[in-house]
Design a protein around this ligand. Structure first.
Ligand code: SF4
Ligand code: SF4
Length: 97
């Protein structure tokens, strides 16, 4: 695990990012999301493969989505902001689309 992820404690493994583009999607998500951007919502959801000390227990077989994740990419920043892990200054800078 790299240093930044170790400090972060796995913010991206504790949330789900789902679309919130139109009125119907946003209405359904209202009250469930811990953060919303113009097009996405972040919901608390801890991955069952995340260990108590913040390690991925399926490192060699983790999903493609996780394999593609990169420190400081837009999803990383969005997760960090949503979890309150200071990395970026505001949710606006974490928008992914
Ligand atoms: S949110 Fe970013 S820094 Fe935190 S664990 Fe995930 S990739 Fe690493
Ligand atoms: S599979 Fe591993 S990297 Fe992916 S969300 Fe779960 S704990 Fe994190």
């Amino acid at each position: 695990m790299n240093e930044q992820c170790a400090k972060c404690g796995g913010a991206c493994c504790k949330v789900l990012i789902i679309p919130a583009r139109d009125h119907a999607e946003r209405e359904w998500i209202e009250g469930r999301a811990i953060m919303m951007t113009d097009s996405q919502a972040v919901i608390e959801s801890r991955c069952r493969h995340l260990s108590e000390d913040g390690r991925c227990l399926v490192q060699d077989n983790k999903p493609l989505y996780c394999k593609l994740a990169e420190v400081n990419d837009a999803i990383c920043k969005l997760c960090m902001v949503a979890k309150g892990n200071a990395l970026t200054k505001s949710p606006d800078s974490a928008k992914t689309s």
